[in-house]
Structures are given as C-alpha cells and as structure tokens.
Write a protein that binds this ligand. Sequence first.
Ligand SMILES: [Zn+2]
Ligand SMILES: [Zn+2]
Length: 174
Amino acid sequence: MTVSSGDLVFDTQVLGRRPGTEKTYARTLDAPADLGLDVLGVPEGSPIELELRLEAVMDGVLATGTASAHVVGECVRCLERVEDDLDVDFQELYVYDDPGEDELALEGDLLDLEPVLRDAVVLALPQNPLCDPDCPGLCPECGARLADDPDHTHGEAIDPRWAALTHLTEHNEE
Ligand SMILES: [Zn+2]
Ligand SMILES: [Zn+2]
C-alpha cells in the first residue's frame, strides 16, 4: 500500500510515538473524486471542513474528528436535484506495526485519512435519497414529475385505431 500525498495525509512524527501526546488540526480541504455514492455525494473539489485530533496511544495513533461537507445528488424517484449538508464523526486507530485484517496502519509516520473519511461519508449518506419523503415520483405515462403536477391525467393510453395504424406502418417498412 502506498500513501498518496495530499491534504488528507498527516505526518504524525510530531507526536513522537509518546502515548498521550496529541495534536489538533482544523482545515478546509478539497473533496477528492468519487466521495460518496453514485446517487449522492460530495462534488469533487468542493470544500470539506475537517477537524481532527491525532493522539498517540500505546499501539498507534488514534484519529478522532468531524468532517462537514455539502452533498449533491438526485432524488431516486423523480430525479430532482437533492442537496444536503452532511456532518460525520469518525474515530479510527492507525497501528504502528502489523495491522490486523480490519485495521489501518501508519506508513512510516504518515497517516492517510482518506479511507476513514470515505467510509464515514458513505455510511452517513442515505442509499436512496429523496427530494421529499413523500415524493410521488414520475408519471409512468409521460414522465412528468408528479410533485409538480399531481392531478394531471391521461386519456386512453393509446387509441386502439392508432395502434392498428402503427402496426401497419411498421409492417410496410419491413
Ligand atoms: Zn423526488
Ligand atoms: Zn403523465
């Protein structure tokens, strides 16, 4: 595993591996690409407010913090734009040596916060974002957004005579 350079990598050398030593950070950083879900996420390059405390413990460095970001996506029922503010808390131990299966490790003195931030954001996002909990979705006939036009109706879907004509036309083209 290699650590990428960037805003989400922190050098823990200042902590000197002395348990109880800590350092806090407050910074605004640009969101990395693909942060979130397909239907809803943090747009690449948009600001993330990060507050982070790194604390040296016996086995490694404990990262505790909060990230705030603006998320943008679309309603899964009507495709209307959905926006929200997201605040996520996280806490993760980065061990110095020999990470277990579900553990993260420092790379030398460097701590890459990106996987923790990604997990926290994805977990906090709704899988099926809605513009409104009662969004009625789209009209199955014409695709109109029913929230904008709840009472609209259609006559007979396809007049049977036109259906017959359509069939003839298709036949002639063969
Ligand atoms: Zn909707
Ligand atoms: Zn319709």
